[in-house]
Structure formats: C-alpha cells, structure tokens
Design a binder for this molecule. Sequence first.
Ligand SMILES: O=P(O)(O)OC[C@H]1O[C@H](O[C@H]2O[C@H](CO)[C@@H](O)[C@H](O)[C@H]2O)[C@H](O)[C@@H](O)[C@@H]1O
Ligand SMILES: O=c1ccn([C@@H]2O[C@H](COP(=O)(O)OP(=O)(O)O)[C@@H](O)[C@H]2O)c(=O)[nH]1
Length: 917
Amino acid sequence: MPGNLYNICSNLPATPTRLERLLRDRELRKYSKCLNDCEAELPSSTQDCFSPDLESSTCWFNDEELLEPVSASRSLNDDGERLDFRASKQRLLVVANRLPVSAVRHGEDSWQLEMSVGGLVTALLGVKEFDTRWIGWAGVNVPDEIGQKALAKALDEKRCIPVFLDEEVVHQYYNGYCNNILWPLFHYIGLPQEDRLATTRSFQSQFDAYKKANQLFADVVNEHYEEGDVVWCHDYHLMFLPKCLKERNSKMKVGWFLHTPFPSSEIHRMLPSRLELLRSVLAADLVGFHTYDYARHFVSACTRILGLEGTPEGVEDQGKLTRIAAFPVGIDSERFIKALELPEVQDHMKVLKQRFAGRKVMLGVDRLDMIKGIPQKILAFEKFLEENPNWRNKVVLLQIAVPTRTDVPEYQKLTSQVHEIVGRINGRFGSLTAVPIHHLDRSLDFHELCALYAVTDVALVTSLRDGMNLVSYEYVACQESKKGVLILSEFAGAAQSLGAGAILVNPWNVTEVASSIGYALNMPADEREKRHHHNFKHVISHTAQEWAATFVSELNVTIVEAQLRTRQIPPPLPIEVAVDRYSCSNNRLLILGFNATLTEPVDTLGRKDSQINEWEPKLRPDLQEPLRKLCDDPKTTVLILSGSARNVLDDNFSDYNLWLAAENGMFLRVTTGDWMTTMPENLSMEWVDSVKNVFEYFTDRTPRSQFEVRETSLIWNYKYSDVEFGRLQARDLLQHLWTGPISNASLDVVQGRRSVEVRSVAVTKGAAIDRILGEIVHNKGMKEPIDYVLCIGHFLTKDEDIYTFFEPELPSEVPASVRPQVPTQVRTSTAGSRAALLLKQNSMSAVEQNKSYSIDGDTLHLMVTDRISFQEGSSVLDLQANDYFSCSVARKRSNSRYRLQSSDEVVTLLRELADHR
Ligand SMILES: O=P(O)(O)OC[C@H]1O[C@H](O[C@H]2O[C@H](CO)[C@@H](O)[C@H](O)[C@H]2O)[C@H](O)[C@@H](O)[C@@H]1O
Ligand SMILES: O=c1ccn([C@@H]2O[C@H](COP(=O)(O)OP(=O)(O)O)[C@@H](O)[C@H]2O)c(=O)[nH]1
C-alpha cells in the first residue's frame, strides 16, 4: 500500500507560487485588454453586437451598457501563441440579492424593467470580461405562474435570472434580518434596542426566513450551474449561500464578497447567529472585502469566535483553507468620463450653471440611509453658515437623498428627521428667493447625475460607516475639468484609497466638518489640482472591471492551490476496511493517543468561558463503554500512549484492563501492575530549572495559561487564553528559549498548536515504542505475533515517528530525506525496530532473557536497551501492509497513512471495533 501523497509530492518539479500564478494572470489580462482595445477600432461588422432594449425612461444604461454578451477576448498561451478566448470565455454567475434591474408589472404577462440603484449594481455592471449571468430577486412579488414565466423571459434578454421570493419571506428576510439586523450591526449601529426590541423577539423567525431565502437562491444557482462556472455571491444578504452551494456540490468554485464593512469581532459577537453565519461564509473558497481592515476583522472573528486558525492567507479549519483578502471595488470610470461629452449631459450642465450662477455649489448624493450621516452633514453645513455669515448667500448644498428600504420603520423615521432639519435650516437662513439647502427625495437619471458631479465645487460625503462609497469615485471621475474638492468621511472604505487627495473628516465631529467646508470653499486652485490629480489617477486605474477580474483570477488560483494542498492531507480512514481487517486478525495492538484523541475537542469554542474544572483532560464519556469492551477482548491489547503525566492517565484509565505509557512513553504500566520507566540511560535533565523559570514568567503574564512540570518535559499551554495574546506570548517565549541561556542544551523545543513543550532530544513516542512493545509481549506472554496495528492520535510532528516504526514498507520513490526517522541513538540502543518486525515467534523467550529491572524509590526501572537479541527469523510482529492503520486525528498535515477529522470520529471507529470481536 502506498504511503500518503505528502511524501510523493516532494518529488514533483517546483510548482509556481500563488503570486506567480496571479502575476501571470494579470499579464494575460493586460494583453487581452490591449487586443480588445485595438479591436474596438476595427469596423463594427467584425465585432459582436448586442442590443437589448431597456424601455425604462429612468434607466441609466443605454443598450450596450447592460450585461454584455460574450465578446472577443484574446490572450497568449505559454508558448506565446495567440489564443482566441471567444469560445472559452469563463462563465460567471453573479448572485446578489438585487438584480441590476427592478421589474414593474404592466399586465398579466407584461413587464417593464428599470435600473436598480446602489453601489453594488454600479460596480457589477462594470464587469465585462466574463460570460456573465446575474441571479437575484427582481424586487417584486410575483405569485402567479404566468407572471413568473413572463418576467423570467423578459429578464433572460438581459442575461438575468430571477429568484422568486414571496412577500412574507421578503418581509422577514430582507426588511427584517438583512436591513434591520445585519445592516445596522455591520455599520456599528448595533442591534435593535427599546422600540426595536420587538424585532429582537422575532429574531429567530427572521433568521429562519434568511436561511430559507438563501436556500432559494441556491436552488436557482444549482439549476443554472454548469461545470467550471465561477459562482460569485455578493453581500450580507447571502452569507448562508456558500454553505448551501458547497453542501450540494463541493467542487463548485464559490467566492463571496461583502460590500459593507465587516465590523470588529467585538461587534459581530453580539449577533445571536454569529457562529452559523461565519461558518457558512467559510464554506466559500475565497472571501473578499473592500479593505484590509474589514478582512482583518473577519479573520479575527473566526479566530476569536470560532476558535479557528487565522493565517496570513486566510482561515484554516480542519485542513481546509478559506482564502481571505481585500479587493477594493472601483467604478467604470470611462463611462462617466465619456458621458460628460454627451449633448444631454452638456445641456443639464448649462441649466445647472445658470441656475446657481454666482454661488458655490456643494453636493451630497446618498441613499437615504442612517449610515450615510445625512443629518450630521446638514448640521455641519448649518454650523458653517452660522459661523461664516459672509457665505450665507454665496453657497448652496444640493442633497440628493434616494429613498431606500422604505418598508423598514427606521428608514421612515430618518426621512422625517431629515425633512425636519432641512426645513428648520432653510427657514433660518433662506430668503424669499433662495434657500441654502436643496433637498431631493428621489433618484436622478444618469445624465443628470453626471452633470451635477461635473458642475459642483465640493462633494460632501459624511458616511458614519460605508463599505466603500462609490459616489466619491464618481465625483472624482467627473471633475477632470473643474477640479472640485472632495470632503470624505474617514469611516468610508473609500478613505483608504482617496484619503490622500480628499479632506478627511470625522462626521461625528460637526465642528471639524464645518471648518473643512470652509477650507474646501477657499482652497487655492493649485492645491485643488494636486489633490484632484492624485485621486483621478486612482479612480481611472482601479476600475470595476479590474476589481472583478482580480477577484475571479484569485478565486481560480485559490482553487488550484487548494487542490495542491489537498494532496498533502492523508485520506480519511476507511473505517469499514479497518474494522474488517480487525475482525480477521488474531492478535491486535491498538495504540491510542489521549489528548484530543480520546477527550472532547477543546479548541473550538468557548475557550474564554471554560471553567477551571474543565481544564483537566478527561476521557469522553461516550468512549467508556467501547473502550472497556476492547480492553476485555483477549485478542486485543490496548495501549494509551500520551504526553500526559502518570497521574493524569491513572485518573482516567485505572479501571480499564490496558497499558499506559505516560510522558511520551518514558513511563509504562499495565493497569494491574506498577509504573516502570523506559527512559534511555544518560537522559540529561539539567536544563529543567532554567526552562522552568522562563515558563513561570510567561504563565504569570498570560491569563489562563498553564504550565506543567513533568519528569521528562516541561509544557506551557495557552489553549484557554486569548488566542491572539497567547500566540504573541508564545512567539516571545520561543524567541527567548532559542536565543537564551539554554540555547545550546541538548533538548527539543516543540511547538504545539497552543503550547510550547521542552523535552530532552531522546524523548519521542517513536523512540519509546520498541521498548514498550518488548515489555508488552513479554508481560502478556504472547504466543502469536501481532498481526494488526491501529495507531491513532493527535500527535505532534516530532512524535509522528511512531507511525514509521510500524510501517511495513515505505514506498521506494520517497526520498530518504523526507522519510520520518526514528532517532539513531534509540534504534541502536535497542533491538532495532525494523529487526523486531522480522523476528519470529520462537524468540519470545529471548526477550525475557534480555530484560532486567531495578528499583529507584517507588519507580521500577525497566532496562531493555541493547539487551533484546531476537534470533534471526523470529518476530513479535507479523504485519501485512493492509493490517496496519496509522491515523492522525484533527491534524491538517501528517505522515500518517490516514486521518480522522476529530475525536468524534474516533468514537465512531472504536464503537465499530468494539462490536466486532
Ligand atoms: O439594494 P438596497 O437594499 O436598496 O441597497 C443598495 C445597496 O446598498 C449597499 O451598497 C454597498 O455596496 C457598494 C459597492 O460595493 C459600496 O460602495 C457601499 O459602501 C455599500 O453600502 C449594499 O451593500 C448593497 O447590497 C445594496 O444593493
Ligand atoms: O439617483 C441616484 C443617485 C445615486 N445612484 C448611484 O448609487 C450608487 C451609490 O453607491 P455607493 O457606493 O455610494 O453607496 P450605496 O448606496 O451602495 O450604499 C452610486 O453608484 C450612484 O451613482 C443612483 O443610481 N441614482
């Protein structure tokens, strides 16, 4: 039977790194774009054409601008040949709550489609490199089949696929869970309080509706999915979707992108469904955010709330890595820049210039949402007017407030609040002929908006939190001629990219915003130019197209990387086979680790809340019965081989008829007998005091960390401490150990997942096993060789030498350098593990002759080293390759032949074995 592919892999030629793949992809994209640009200059008859017919007058996008069909795109292959991608353009299924169009019904089977409003739509319409289909809710309830069919047909022309949600689901899922729970929480507004408490009570039903809606989206995706498609899920509405999709088809390429901020883990912790949501998102292959901060918060939530491992690459759970990264969205800047030359836009500009002649114009464009800080903006403007009477008739604020989520009470309240403030200020500073604030409660068409962006002097974005804020990008794109000033909230994602050119403000600080308005209005032309130029460069180079292409490219690469990584993970233990071979054998040896093998897993959740009495490792209650049955089977020998100290094993296993090997096999006892030591002679323990000192120091300074002194090792663990703090402390501690006073001692510093252990170099499970084996064979007076070995444990890499000990034959293609080795001094000081495998039964007496004991205090010393001299041809082991099962538990990478995911699976296995005597 071959060893696992981990070893074999190392023979392969070097594979490109993730970065190399991404860079290559980027080059190819650049080249492809260049070819497309050249092609654009060809006569139109040579190009693909697309002419959908959006009827709506409010539609912003002309015929060519909606989702485009497959168009030519070319690139080079590895040998520099020109490739035509026309036929092979990658299919992309964009799944978002909203379709880019909303539907309005005009009759039983007649629909009008109107452009939806919002940054997500704007961003995704810029995506043109793929053969894209958009799956989403059309924003309307269609209970009847005729209506559904007609709408699906109308949408199909726009390459859109509807998900039909009934009114109740929309109410609970969209208005309720999405917009009254997740949206405010992700924007740091918190969960419903006081009058919104009623909503909290209905939290569960809203969450159920949320899951149901996500499942409905998944059903539609599955219906339209073709092998090889990339499925890109969007936003907080669909956090459950990756899980639904992967459960049905684990091979589907699934990415998820969040358009809002992801809040600090301390905020996310408040959410009653915090665990389920995180886990569902982690089912995706790639998870993207607008900024590094949001990505960092997400990883931190996974480590702190789920207890998972956060790495620079992403989040790891049981060997599966979900890649987490930042992909700041952009806009289709060309579309805005070109629009400024259109006659319609020029006309609007002329009208606006005349209308506001002699006055500076400030602009606000927002959905009427509490996160946009509209009241704060208006109050700051009021303060500015108050403090600068000379500006009162010389400046006007145009605020476009697009109605949104109008069924949610919070949004209704906000509308009245804003109206009231605007009315008050206009009353205070207005005259018969002019008012300082023009407030519009509606959306504008694309041309009107472009004109507004182009003619205004200052844009004022005061979001209290905002995933990105595309309005600020659009404003910059339209200001190439005027070079207006952007005042931008530091809480918008856009502040990270446009911050250097904008005036950054804290919207909560009304005084600061007011004085920034003054600064912007008075800014000299050269400073405006410099600032604008900086931002303009960013906006035209970081486009929506680039954003989407980068995300999809990274997703493709992530899948390749995951496949490579999977090859390094041992395959799952074939439980049926292991049980079957067990039943066929006559003399079996079961070697079981203890911690995280026979105990409940501690490293998932609730570390902070665990109580001290849970800290002691305890045998899982559900293992007691199967273990007892196994121990009482005369054909089976059970050995618990653990790093734990003797008393811990005594406490857990004294009642069972088995063998205990404590401290990595340095102490041995059959439960009917006394402890004896199998420690190699001359084991130096002189280092103990200095290490103890260091461990004490770190234990004092790391709450809930523990430090244990064993006879052959010292161990400091922080599995119940704050994960991140523990990790920092461990790094410091290791640094000190490696460079400090013990740096030259003959000992090993072994780093566990949440522990640091120091032990003498000769102490490993593999090093101890042949001495243990000799004693067991002798003590039991075995008449037959062992013909079945199952060795399972959550062992440290250093202790994985135990697996190799029994390995009947390592595959010949595995280079010696990667074979796990039993340390030489141990091999030579004993009968030699390989030799032991070959010896035959008639040497049993030889074992006895070469063993002696001595007593030191209450410890019996077993001395077997270089005294077992089996006769040629005899063996205590008669192990066929398919009767040996080495199996790691809850380890991502291992030299074992197989793996079990967790101790839960150990329970299943041992139960099965116990039932097959
Ligand atoms: O569909 P609605 O509920 O009416 O809301 C409109 C959209 O608002 C949010 O937009 C976000 O995405 C932008 C682009 O990435 C980003 O710039 C902005 O900061 C975000 O607020 C929401 O996330 C979308 O799902 C909604 O469609
Ligand atoms: O009358 C309007 C005003 C704005 N927008 C668009 O709505 C988007 C707003 O995106 P942003 O990222 O600023 O915020 P969001 O509304 O998505 O939170 C921008 O693309 C605007 O051009 C629109 O479609 N109609």
